[in-house]
Design a protein around this ligand. Structure first.
Ligand code: GUN
Length: 283
């Protein structure tokens, strides 16, 4: 059997069209959605992500502001910029690209962003609301995964779901979202003793570990839904996910590719959160 491929680019294009239509209406009513992005240092991957986010804003008819700081900038300078953006009613979303240089305390930076403008969904308040099943800004990558599952009518209620990875920005919120939709969720990580034991039982596997081609076909239950969150740069410059696509697609029922899977949905959900924030301020 060969898996059906879940095309993230196609779904993202559809959702972004909707977002752009909404943004146009809101702009005509006097509120143009606006995302402010802060980039510190010269991490090349971060620079690409930020460029893609700014381009996506412009394509959707949003205003975008980009602030770049040298790698050795004093944290107070960045905190002052965040405070200024928090106070600016024309700014609806604030995003500080991670990772930050070592002399920053990332938690403190994320906490400095007003929860009402935390369109990444990384603030402790928003993560807490998510945990309690209350309305918040959801972290974009796991929320994008939920949208992908929904678009394919994947049955989540009662499903065995395995999330590999326990980061604050993907693994943990992913597990909570699947749980809140009725899945039985297992979270695996680097200390898990027998990973394949868990993944072979899973109806839905989400891989978010950052190890290229790590989840192979023999670790997957026939017909399972396999979602690959990994974006790993190989020595030859090519991108690979956490899933060994070639072997996994022979076993899975539905699978996301890398690139062109979860990645485009992450930015799409960032736009969705920014639009939502703008709508809230517009009343
Ligand atoms: N670094 C890697 N992914 C992300 C993301 O989704 N948001 C931010 N702010 N930084 C990141």
């Amino acid at each position: 059997m060969t898996a059906r491929i879940l095309d993230g680019n196609a779904l993202a294009a559809k959702v972004r069209e909707d977002i752009a239509t909404n943004a146009r209406t809101l702009t005509e009513q006097g509120t143009q959605p606006c995302l402010a992005v802060i980039l510190v240092g010269e991490n090349p991957a971060s620079a690409v992500y930020v460029r893609n986010k700014v381009a996506a804003c412009e394509k959707a008819g949003f205003r975008s502001l980009k602030f770049t700081f040298a790698v050795d900038v004093a944290p107070e300078v960045v905190f002052a910029k965040i405070a200024e953006l928090n106070a600016d009613p024309g700014v609806h979303g604030i995003l500080v690209q991670l990772p930050l240089p070592k002399h920053f305390n990332e938690d403190q930076v994320l906490e400095a962003i007003s929860p009402a403008k935390d369109v990444d969904g990384f603030h402790a308040e928003n993560l807490g609301l998510l945990l309690q099943g209350r309305k918040s800004f959801y972290p974009c990558t796991p929320w994008g995964v939920m949208k992908m599952l929904e678009s394919e009518n994947v049955q989540i209620k009662g499903a065995e779901a395995v999330v590999i990875g326990r980061s604050n920005i993907v693994g943990k919120p992913m597990a909570v979202m699947l749980l809140s939709q009725g899945a039985t969720v297992t979270v695996c990580h680097s200390q898990t003793k027998d990973l394949a034991f868990h993944t072979r039982r899973a109806d839905i596997v989400v891989a978010a570990v950052g190890k290229p081609k790590f989840l192979t076909g023999d670790m997957i239950k026939p017909g399972a839904v396999v979602i690959d969150v990994g974006i790993n740069r190989l020595d030859d410059g090519k991108l690979a996910g956490d899933v060994d696509f070639d072997s996994a697609k022979e076993v899975a029922g539905l699978i996301t590719p890398v690139p062109g899977g979860v990645g485009p949905m992450t930015i799409t959900m960032l736009l969705a959160n920014t639009l939502e924030s703008a709508k809230r301020t517009a009343g």
